[in-house]
Design a binder for this molecule. Sequence first.
Ligand code: SAM
Length: 270
Amino acid sequence: MSPEFFVPKPKWGQNFLVDRNVLSDILDVAELTSGCSVLEVGPGKGILTEAIAERCCRVFSIEIDRRLEPWLAPLEERFPGQVSLLWGDAQTWDYASLPSEGLTRIVANIPYSITTPLLWTFISHCLKTVRRIVLLLEEEAMERLLAQPKTKGRGPLGIVLGALGGGRIVRRVDRRSFRPAPHTDSVLAMFNTTENLETATRPAFRTLLEDAFRHRRKTLLWNLRSAGYQCDIVGEALTRSGLNPKQKIRAEEVSTENWLRIFSYLQART
Ligand code: SAM
C-alpha cells in the first residue's frame, strides 16, 4: 500500500509519534546501551523501532496491523539480525517463544485503550530479565498507576508496579506530538522492575489484590472473607503487618510494603 493512502484506525490507537524531542527523551530514559534487547509493542510506522536499532540494540516489535508492512519491512532489511517484526496481537502473544537470551527493556508508544491488560501481560510474561519499562501513556492512566494509599485511584495494578520498583512521570507530552492528535495529553512514563520480582509477578499476588479491591466500599476483611479466605488467618496477617484487624481497613489504605507482608503470611499459612 502506498504510504499516502494509510487511514489510521482509532480502534488500534493509531496516533503516530512525530515529535523528535519526545523520541530522544524516550531513548534517554530507557538507558539503551548496545546489547540491550528491547520489546516494542505497536511499532506503527517504525519511528521508535528505527531509533532503537540505531542505538545498536536488538528489537522485537509486535504489530497487529499488517497494512504497516511497507513502513516496517525496510527496517528489518536495513538492520538484519537486529529488528524482528512479529505480526499479531501483543495481548495474546506467546512471549515464551522469544529468544531465551532475555529481554532487558520494554519501550513503546502503546494504544491507550489496552494499557491495563498490556501491563498485566508484561508483568505475567516478560519480566524475567526486563529491568525497565518506558511507555507513552495517557496522563490520567499514569496518575492512577501512581496513586498513593488512601486515594481513589489506588488499585491492584499500581500496587504491583509499586512493588516491582515504582514508576515516575518523566515529562508531559502534548497531544500535538502525535498524528492524528489523540483526545488527551500524554506522559512519558518510566517503571523500574528490579524489586520483589518473584513475589510481585505471581498470579496469586494479583488475585489477592483483586479480591481485596472487589467491592471498594467494603472493608478488606469483608472482601477477602467473601472470596473464601479464612477470617482469622487474614486477621493474623494484618496484625503481623502492623495493622489492626478490628479497625475498618479498606484495601486502598494499605501500603505496598504491607501488601507484600500480608501476601507472604497468607502464602505461608495456606
Ligand atoms: N510506535 C508508533 C509511534 O510511536 O508512532 C505507533 C504507536 S500507535 C500509538 C500504536 C500502535 O500499536 C499502532 O501501530 C497499532 O496498530 C498497534 N497496535 C494496536 N493494538 C495492538 C495490539 N493489540 N498488538 C500489537 N500492536 C497493536
